[in-house]
Every structure is written in C-alpha cells, then in structure tokens.
Design a protein around this ligand. Structure first.
Ligand code: XMP
Length: 548
C-alpha cells in the first residue's frame, strides 16, 4: 500500500473512485538495462506467499519479478530469465480449472524451482504421481532428507523443520527425478533432476519458519542457476538515475508531492537524475496534518529541489460545503486536486513527464504492469488515476521496489527520517476523517489539533514506527460533558491506532493505558470543542482502517 497518494484517489474498490478518467499514459521503461539484468521470474499460481518469494530472492541479491502463471510464453522467453520459480497456489493440480503449468516452460533450458503447488504441477506434467492425502500438512513440519539431500539439499541437517501448507502431495517423483526428502504427510517432499535443472520442494523456503529456507533459495540461485549477488537497494539508485536521465533527455518533469515517503523518494531520485528539469508541486488542500506542508516545503527547499506550494484550502472547502456523503467527498477532493495540479502544470514550460511514486506492490495489486495481464485485484490510486488529457509520460522509478527497499535506499538520497518513516495518510486526508457530516474549517482545525497531540504522544512513547497508522477521527455528533463549572456540548474524538503489514488486514493496537490517558487528557484540555475521547478497538476486517 502506498501512502499519501500524490493524487488523492481511493485504493480500494469499496471506497469508490476519484471521479476522474483513468489514465492510459504509457509508463517510461526505467527497468535495468538489458545487459545488466540477471533476473529470476517467479510465476504466480495464486499462492499466499508469491510476493514473499520474489522479495526473498531479491534479499539474496538477485533481481526477481512476479508474473502471473498465464504470462505469454514468448514474453517469458524474450525476457531471457536466468531461472524460473513456480509459486504455490490454493488449487489442486487435478481439479478442473486448476492453473496449468505449460511443459514448454520446463524445457526452456533454464533452472526451474517448483514450490508447493509449483512442485506438484511440475511433477504431474512430467509423469509423477500427485494425489490428495488423507490429512494435509499445515504449519511447522519435520522434514527428513533422503539420498543425502541431492544437489539442492545436500549438506543440510538430515532432520530439520520446514513450513508446509498443502493438502495434496507427491507420492512418486517423475521418471529421472531423485526424491530428496519426506515428511510425515509427504512421501516426496523434495525432488530434483539436476541434468534437466528441475527442482521441486513441497515446503515453503520463503517463510521464516523454514529455518534453512534462505540457504535453500541461495543454493538454487547461486549453485544451480550460477547467479551472482549483484542486485542491491543501492544498485537500484544508480540504475534508476541512469534510466531516468536517458528517458527524459532535456524534457521538463513534474511530480506531485503528498508528504508521504513514496512520492518524496521518487522525486529525490528523479532530481538526482535531471536536477532542475524537475519541478515538484505540493497541492495543499487544507486537509493535511498539522505542519505537514511546511515540513515538505522545508525538506525540498533544503535540497534545492524546485517546489511550488499551492495554497488551495479555500477552493477545496468551498467545494466541500454541504457535502456529507463519503464517496462524494472523495470524488470532489480527487477532482479538485487534479484541477489545481493541472493549472500549475500548465504554467510550466515544456513539461513532458510526470513522476509517480508507484511501488511494486501497487503494480501487483493493480493487475501487473500491463505486460503481464494479471487479474485486477483492486485499482490503485498510484497506478492510473490521472486525467488522460494530461498527456504526459509516466516516470515511476520505484515501480520495481517493495516498500522496505524504498526505505533502505532512502537514506542514500538524504531525506530526513521524519519523511521516510511517516505513517501512511490517505490522499483525501482529514476530509475522510470527519464522518457523518460536512467538512468545515472549524471541524478540520479541531481534528488537526487533536491528531497532532496523538502523534506527539505516540512518538514520545516510542511507538510511532511500530504502528501502521495512528490518527484521530471526528464523528459529527455532540454529547454532554462538564468542563470547569459548566456543562459542555461538544464533539468526541476517536483514537484509531492499528498494526498492519500492508493495510489489507489490520489489528487495533494495544496502546498502553498511560499513553491513552495522556492523549485523552491533553486532547480534552487543549483542543476547544472536544469533551470526550474514545478508542476504536476494531480490527480489519470487518472494520476498515479509515472510518469513511
Ligand atoms: P481502509 O480504510 O480501506 O484503508 O482500511 C486502507 C489504507 O488505504 C488508505 N486509504 C486511502 N488512501 N485514498 C488514499 O489515498 C483514499 O481514499 C483512501 N482510503 C483509505 C488508508 O489510510 C489505509 O492506509
């Protein structure tokens, strides 16, 4: 999940759309040059851990990309991958409509590692026996090596733990394959045919509960596929800077900043490539967190990156007047944002490119990069979401990176921790945290002050980075209280703090009572118009992170 979308659209179908036409702009290819690329393609058969496999391979120093298992064979061949990995998947290989493994992939002449479903599919295609077992194996499972572990597992402990998640299993390896291991529920838990460079493991090497998982992946990459560790977060910067420079030439580039890490990193990287050809635009819609715009302005001015700070709060408030329905708010904010952005962009000479902080997870979630034709899981604000008539080519230097790598490269670019570690913030900002009523200046001021207190206290308690998000919500209801000697009739503030890995699911954070007490006291005492603080103790699902 990318935070702080520069263009405030919604990432989830449930939350509606921006109300602007989707883009069809071409993205400029900023992948590593052909010659420099040694890549592994992970074919996704729908497994829960497919992304994680790609991530682990990258952590082993080798570039890996996740593609749907349906990717055109010619396309795969053209990429000249150094190896293929077949991921796990929820289907049963012999059920109708199960994702098919095309035999030609096994004859491509590159090493192939099948994991879980990937192994079963490989075994089945090559004439081995895969069947449903009486009981599946889920979770930590003992693994016993046979045949000395063969090329893939040789030298590892004869007995070890691994992480399994399967119901079907391999009863017989295909002709020419040596079985390498078994577990209580899997007669053949690993097998190989080194002559054909085909390998299969039933367990998941990518999860931390398989203690030798990284070692096994490394063996496959280094010893079987002969790959060297050349890919690193630092190498990404060099590659992307070169690529961007070549793509942009002497054209003008613009970038919308949101205050979030992704757009900031993308901008800093592009600035390193093309310097003053880049102009950043910060649309201040008046719905940002306290001091957020100022911090972004300061950070970019310090780095001498050209920045236009557009004060557009009144414009947004005018358009939001009388609007209570959440989707309508989102739509108005999205449309107005584009309008302001366009107005500014038009004033700049020779703008031909637009920088977006799209991350790899956004690309995957949005159905791949257009080359792959994957199913659309959800449309994301950072992929598309721009008006078609902007007519600019997209520069997306983070398109191939996972969020943790973005954070790893960021210090190299000299951006302050305050920006790098900022919690995600929705594009429509505080506008969707005033719920059940109109967004007014008074309510925004209350919410912004309360939120600032919460952030300050969460930081002081050392919990800021542990939380995916922590923020305040202002429900438009008022209740009675006593403050001083008088009766008050004021708003409540709801504290929402969640832990999450990717915002797809989230748990409410167990904040310490003393922290909650300080937050509550300070908000009620310091923010006029509030007489109650409540805590949201709902997880996602069934609730969502934001209230609207
Ligand atoms: P929910 O509320 O769906 O949020 O659990 C998941 C993540 O997405 C962010 N979010 C948004 N981001 N525009 C955005 O750019 C939106 O309209 C929007 N709605 C939710 C939310 O903050 C969380 O990180």
């Amino acid at each position: 999940m990318t935070e702080g979308a520069a263009v405030p659209a919604t990432p989830t179908a449930a939350k509606g759309v921006t109300g602007t036409d989707a883009v069809s702009s071409e993205s400029v290819d900023v992948r590593p040059p052909e010659t420099a690329r040694e890549e592994v393609l992970v074919l996704d058969f729908g497994g829960q851990y497919s992304q994680l496999i790609a991530r682990r391979i990258r952590e082993c120093g080798v570039f890996a990309e996740l593609l749907p298992h349906t990717t055109d064979f010619e396309q795969i061949k053209e990429r000249r991958p150094a190896a293929l990995v077949l991921s796990g998947g929820p289907a049963s290989v012999y059920s109708e409509g199960a994702p098919e493994l095309r035999r030609e992939l096994l004859e491509l002449g590159v090493p192939v590692l099948g994991i879980c479903y990937g192994m079963q599919a490989m075994v089945r295609v090559l004439g081995g026996r895969v069947e449903g077992a009486e009981a599946g194996e889920f979770g930590r499972t003992p693994l016993e090596l046979s045949n000395g572990g063969g090329r893939l597992l040789g030298g590892l402990p004869a007995e070890q733990q691994c992480w399994m998640s399967h119901r079907d299993c391999v009863f017989e390896a295909p002709p020419g394959f040596a079985p390498l291991a078994s577990s209580p529920g899997s007669p053949v838990a690993a097998c190989e045919s080194p002559e054909r460079a085909l390998y299969g493991i039933q367990f998941h090497p990518e999860v931390v509960h398989t203690p030798y998982g990284t070692e096994i992946l490394t063996r496959f990459l280094r010893d079987v596929a002969g790959l060297t560790e050349t890919w690193s977060p630092a190498s990404v910067i060099t590659e992307q800077v070169e690529r961007t420079r070549a793509a942009v030439g002497d054209g003008g580039v613009i970038c919308g900043l949101s205050g979030g890490v992704d757009s900031a990193v993308a901008a800093a990287l592009v600035h390193r490539a093309v310097g003053d050809q880049l102009t950043c635009i910060l649309v201040d819609h008046g719905l940002l967190r306290k001091n957020e715009a100022e911090q972004v302005v300061e950070t970019f001015r310090d780095r001498r990156i050209k920045l236009i700070h557009v004060h557009a709060a009144d414009r947004f408030l005018d358009r939001l007047a009388g609007v209570t329905e959440p989707e309508a708010k989102r739509k108005i904010i999205g449309e107005e944002f584009i309008r302001v952005f366009e107005d500014e962009a038009e004033k700049l000479p020779d703008v031909r490119f637009l920088v977006q902080g799209t991350l790899y997870s956004d690309v995957i979630e949005s159905g791949g990069d257009g080359r792959a034709g994957a199913a659309v899981i959800k449309s994301h604000h950072n992929v598309g979401g721009l008006p078609e008539d902007l007519g600019l080519d997209l520069i997306e230097p983070l398109r191939m990176l996972f969020k943790d790598v973005v954070r790893a490269v960021v210090t190299e670019l000299g951006l302050p921790d305050r920006i790098v570690w900022r919690q995600p913030f929705p594009g429509p900002g505080l506008g969707i945290r005033i719920v059940g009523g109109e967004v007014t200046k008074e309510r925004l001021d209350i919410l912004r002050e309360a939120d600032a207190i919460l952030q300050e206290e969460v930081r002081a308690a050392g919990l800021y980075r542990e939380l995916w998000q922590s923020f305040c919500v202002l429900p438009v209801v008022r209740s009675v209280g006593v403050q001083g000697d008088g009766r008050s009739y004021a708003y409540p503030i709801v504290v929402r703090a969640v832990t999450s890995d990717d915002a797809m699911t989230a748990d409410w954070a167990r904040l310490p009572y003393d922290l909650l007490e300080r937050v509550s006291n300070r908000i009620i005492n310091e923010v006029r118009g509030v007489n109650r603080v409540a805590l949201d103790v709902s997880s996602k699902p069934p609730a969502t992170i934001e209230w609207e």
